[in-house]
Design a protein around this ligand. Sequence first.
Ligand code: C2O
Length: 546
Amino acid sequence: AKEQYHEFVVKEATVTRLCGAQRIMTVNGEFPGPTVEVAEGDALIVRVVNRGSYNVTVHWHGVRQMRTGWADGPEFVTQCPIRPGNSYAYRFTVAGQEGTLWWHAHSSWLRATVHGALLIRPRAGVPYPFNGGEPPAREIPIIIGEWWNMNPIDVVRTATRTGAAPNISDALTVNGQPGDLYKCSSNGTTTFAVKSGETNLLRFINAALNTELFVSLAGHTMTVVGADASYTKPYATSVLMIAPGQTTDVLVTFDQAPGRYYLAARAYASAQGVPFDNTTTTAIFDYGTAATTSPAMPTLPAYNDTATATSFTTSLRGLRKAELPTRVDESLFFTVGVGLFNCSSGQTCGGPNNTRFAASINNVSFVLPSTTSILQAHYSGGGVASAPGVFTADFPANPPVQFDYTAQNVSRALWQPVPGTKVYRLKYGAAVQLVLQGTNVFAAENHPIHLHGYDFYILAEGFGNFDATTDTAKFNLDDPPMRNTVGVPVNGWAVIRFVADNPGVWLMHCHLDVHITWGLAMAFLVEDGVGELESLDAPPSDLPLC
Ligand code: C2O
């Protein structure tokens, strides 16, 4: 294992997309940002220098960050933001994980353009669990994103001011390019050169802010071998469903008639009646033959094809037998959903019927602190479980009223989230089982729930109300997939398990940025254990202060 040093300079750059030039925030002037490539076990030092005009932090999405919570990145949760003119070095080790992860800004909506791939290969001498143990002939990172013809920070600021839903994006992108189905975009279409007969590893990342994606490659079968940097049993499919935050590694053998083939992605819009970007982004896989005919186009599922989306996610199996404790120390039930705040009197708000959009977990709509980060308050207070004015430790283990789809009227209480900065305390080493139940009070929608600092097993998913007496029989305790982001099915539930072996403060949130903006988040505070290896490391000396 080695140590790598990188410098990420956050700064503006001008790019032209959809017929217009625009100033965007970038890392080192690149969009998408630089790809970081490591071998499992490597240590990284990434010094982020803020030469932009906004506060920024960087999150290493999916990296376990064992005892290095100071490097996790969510602003006001584990650190104060890096102010313009300042810098901070993220120091961490990538251990026990192989596959594809990514990094992105974790401040406001900066991650729209400030993001990049993190590729984790097996360490020297360790074989790949596919392709006969050999490295694939070629590896192709494919980042699918979302583009606005407007500064994304202004998009979210406007929405926050009015309480309305933010504007939908103007395009989806593959490695930063919308592709030739959009106006003024054919020249920039992302093209991947492939070789007849070769098997390549495609490393997909959904970096879109607010769009779950169906992805398909014309004429070729994709064999999924990993997701969120955990290996899966090989699963052959013609279509992927990837939620924001998730990654999917697939093997493709380029065994078709030499030619050009479209990769295409468009929204899986689980929420009905809610506007979404229904455009299609494309890239071209090119065998290197003369481009005389137009590329073949894949068939994508209908935008509302929940059956296909769910059958994809529930078909994934962990490659190895799960190492799950048989005990459950903490049994939690969290409702996740979008609701509405009343507009303050005398004001005009942009949400439905003069309301403001709000979202919550167990009815608590998460509010970031502003004077320090939760982790700093916890640590500098000597491991305190609450810090007056910053956070309290009373996040509820259950919703205030039982959610029930079959009830005639959903309780009014679930329509009225309460703002708060609350954490749920976990003892070091606790085995946690968490039922995530979509409430879908305002609109039925799939919520990709991401947990920082952990991978978790997904034991089961289903529709309707989770029923503790019958649904536990559906738990896969043998080979459940391990991920860091689970799509809670529209009108349904998912059950996850993890062992709280990483002390610190760990944000959990919906990875649709519009929902985290509205408060669909909470944090776990995992206490220190007794040994040195069970305690959070001390903060680095350059940790930004508020
Ligand atoms: Cu990828 Cu808290 O996020």
